[in-house]
Design a protein around this ligand. Structure first.
Ligand SMILES: CC(C)(COP(=O)(O)OP(=O)(O)OC[C@H]1O[C@@H](n2cnc3c(N)ncnc32)[C@H](O)[C@@H]1OP(=O)(O)O)[C@@H](O)C(=O)NCCC(=O)NCCS
Length: 168
């Protein structure tokens, strides 16, 4: 039975590996390679993940992982961006583990966490053209609210994100 729990130090390598593999599987062809490398180097190197393991509520609630038979198969994290406003900051699964409910388990955990801190709505950003994420969010009640440049992208990079919201 898969179960979701807070990440610990021993999960750092798994989280870095999952994010690197999921980035390659998800964004190749829809985001510039330089942008992908920058994001991976900024957020998903072991040093940074280790630093971010400890929750710092309300702006960072810490990595959660989904584990099955002793293997970490996916990770997600949430935050509160303003009083009453939750955000799914990231969610990534091992590419071979998609489509069997693990993403929903992680999303449920993040939703629970932000709700406990008083959130009544939840937001997420998904890269334009990410056909793995958009149908997932729409299946879980999010609707598109607008579009903005992808986090950390430069004017030269044609990288855009959709902002989605749902009430919780
Ligand atoms: C997005 C992601 C976390 C979803 O997790 P998942 O475990 O595959 O999703 P689930 O199995 O829980 O699916 C939940 C619902 O979304 C739907 N869904 C999920 N992916 C879908 C897809 N690619 N196409 C159509 N529907 C999809 C499922 O059919 C299911 O709907 P249902 O409850 O009506 O049957 C996972 O696909 C992933 O890691 N993608 C790559 C990384 C990524 O894009 N992350 C998000 C960055 S913004």
């Amino acid at each position: 039975m898969p179960k979701v729990r807070a990440a610990r130090e021993a999960d750092v390598t798994s989280i870095a590996g999952i994010c690197s593999r999921a980035y390659a599987a998800t964004y190749q062809g829809i985001l510039p390679a330089g942008y992908l490398d920058r994001m991976l180097a900024e957020f998903y190197v072991p040093e940074r993940i280790t630093k971010d393991l400890a929750p710092a509520p309300p702006s960072w609630l810490g990595y959660q992982v989904v584990e099955e038979d002793g293997r970490v198969l996916g990770t997600a994290a949430g935050s509160l961006t303003a009083p009453g406003v939750g955000e799914l900051a990231m969610i990534y699964l091992e590419p071979g583990e998609r489509g069997r409910g693990l993403g929903s388990l992680l999303l449920d955990r993040i939703t629970e966490q932000v709700r406990e801190l008083g959130a009544t709505e939840m937001w997420v950003a998904a890269v334009v053209g990410n056909e793995l994420a958009l149908p997932f969010y729409e299946a879980r009640g999010f609707t598109i609210q607008g579009k903005r440049r992808a986090y950390g992208s430069t004017d030269d990079e044609d990288a855009w994100s959709l902002r989605l919201r749902r009430e919780i």
